[in-house]
Design a protein around this ligand. Structure first.
Ligand SMILES: [Zn+2]
Length: 463
């Protein structure tokens, strides 16, 4: 009798320990997941400001974790939301989910072997998806999923369960699938394997591009099996580098959003200083001759722009308020003055000479939208003038985002053309307009600045 009681007590105790263990095991998973997002974004430069890495729960194979709508390079443990495979949050409704949840949920549903999903918009992957030249993963072609037949002829993101399902079907049992005009979805059995696999695939994509660019022909060969020890060593190395940046611990909560003056005009002036710094240091879009401005938030006849200082060195004291028509006819300020006067809807202006974009002014082919992020080019193409281009937008935040997306589009278009196959563009076929009754994931709510601006301004170096 006593033996039985002791035995039962032991069973109860170990069950309790297991229950207590569960959150700890998930804590370790979430820390590794935050690290994987940061590593693939910051060290490998494969995830852009909008990609995501997700992981299936280790305690419940029917749920997975995805970060709320933040940039992956800044992901922290508390950002992760636990979703069912239907992409419904386990702990109640959220308004800050990424719209591409179904891309992840439907792969986990279709592929019990997949524990981690990486979704990225890396130029190399997009370029092979838009070229008739295939991307080889060893001796297998990476399948390309064309969203248009499932989306009334439109390009776009995977923002409905039906689109996620169609994409997962195209992926089948392959390690990855290229998404037309968009990027890639890749599945792996663990976070370390995901980091290794996506890095290796991007490497071979770059190598295949290089061979074709110098006039060679890529000869597919069977892929050697990944060396387990090498995969572990790489993960160890990357996590060590990442932890060095964050003081030895995985960030448990999101970094503070940098403070901004509450006064609207001072806030706008502050944003111009930040935009100069972000576009120079973080993004490398402005060289020392570029300039950026924003219209005054309450006086449409004025705008803020820095005096003649290299953009990377602009301080708050260098930003001046200029009145339209009274800028003194000095060259650089005059350009902004003219555009604001002629276009009342324009609220922010950039002048830059980014070589990747300028190539399309000097060469014969025109810049055309080839990736979702560049779809604005159809309506708001950059205006080429002499040695630079002008880009405009309805807000400074949107302008900086567009400057980034424009360069990404230019890089992808160049890479796709260099593959020497036939090239597809987003606007090559007319598509049905979106009807208000169509089901799709709602846009997440969040700060007006948007996640890219917040992420970039957290990283910008101010002296
Ligand atoms: Zn995407």
């Amino acid at each position: 009798m006593q033996t039985k009681t002791i035995f039962l007590a032991a069973v109860v105790a170990s069950a309790t320990m297991l229950a207590q263990d569960a959150p700890r095991r998930e804590q370790a998973l979430l820390e590794d997941l935050a690290l994987a997002n940061r590593i693939i974004a910051r060290q490998l430069d494969i995830l852009d400001i909008q990609g995501h890495v997700t992981a299936r729960s280790r305690t419940n194979p029917n749920t997975y974790y995805i970060a709320r709508f933040v940039s992956p390079g800044g992901a922290s443990v508390s950002d992760f939301i636990e979703n069912t495979l239907e992409s419904v949050p386990v702990d109640g409704p959220r308004t800050d989910q990424a719209r591409e949840i179904y891309l992840h949920g439907e792969i986990y549903k279709a592929r019990p072997d997949v524990m981690v999903v990486v979704h990225a918009h890396t130029p190399e992957f997009v370029s092979f998806g838009m070229s008739s030249v295939p991307l080889w993963d060893g001796d297998q072609q990476v399948p390309v999923w064309d969203i248009r037949p499932f989306n009334r002829g439109r390009s776009g993101i995977v923002n409905t369960p039906a689109l996620g399902k169609a994409m997962a079907e195209k992926m089948g049992k392959a390690p990855a699938v290229l998404l037309w005009g968009h990027g890639i979805a890749l599945g792996a059995a663990s976070l370390s394997e995901a980091v290794h696999a996506v890095d290796a695939l991007r490497d071979t994509a770059q190598l295949q591009q290089a061979v074709i660019a110098i006039g060679g022909t890529w000869k597919p060969e069977p892929k050697p099996r990944a060396d387990r020890n090498a995969v572990d060593r790489a993960w160890e190395f990357h996590t060590r580098v990442e932890l060095k940046r964050t003081g030895g611990r995985v960030p448990q909560s999101a970094a503070a959003t940098p403070t901004r003056p509450a006064d609207a005009a001072r806030g706008a002036s502050h944003d111009v200083m930040l935009a100069n710094r972000i576009l120079t240091g973080e993004l490398g879009i402005l060289d020392s001759f570029g300039h950026v401005s924003v219209r005054h938030p309450s006086n449409p006849n004025a705008f803020f722009m820095a005096i003649s200082v290299a953009p990377g060195a602009v301080t708050a004291g260098d930003v001046r308020e200029w009145t339209l028509g009274q800028t003194g006819g000095s060259g650089r300020v005059e350009i902004h003055d003219e555009i604001y006067r002629a276009n009342p809807q324009v609220r922010a202006i950039l002048f830059a000479r980014t070589p990747e974009v300028m190539a399309f002014a000097r060469g014969a082919p025109a810049l055309r939208p080839i990736v979702n992020g560049g779809s604005f080019i159809t309506a708001t193409a950059p205006q080429f003038r002499g040695d630079g281009y002008i880009l405009t937008a309805g807000s400074l935040y949107n302008l900086v985002d567009r400057a980034y997306q424009l360069r990404q589009n230019a890089i992808i278009q160049r890479q796709t053309m260099a593959l020497r196959g036939s090239v597809a563009y987003l606007n090559e076929k007319p598509a049905e307009p979106v009807s208000p009754n169509e089901p799709q994931a709602p846009a997440p709510t969040g700060p007006a600045e948007g996640r890219s601006w917040i992420y970039w301004s957290q990283n910008v170096a101010l002296d």
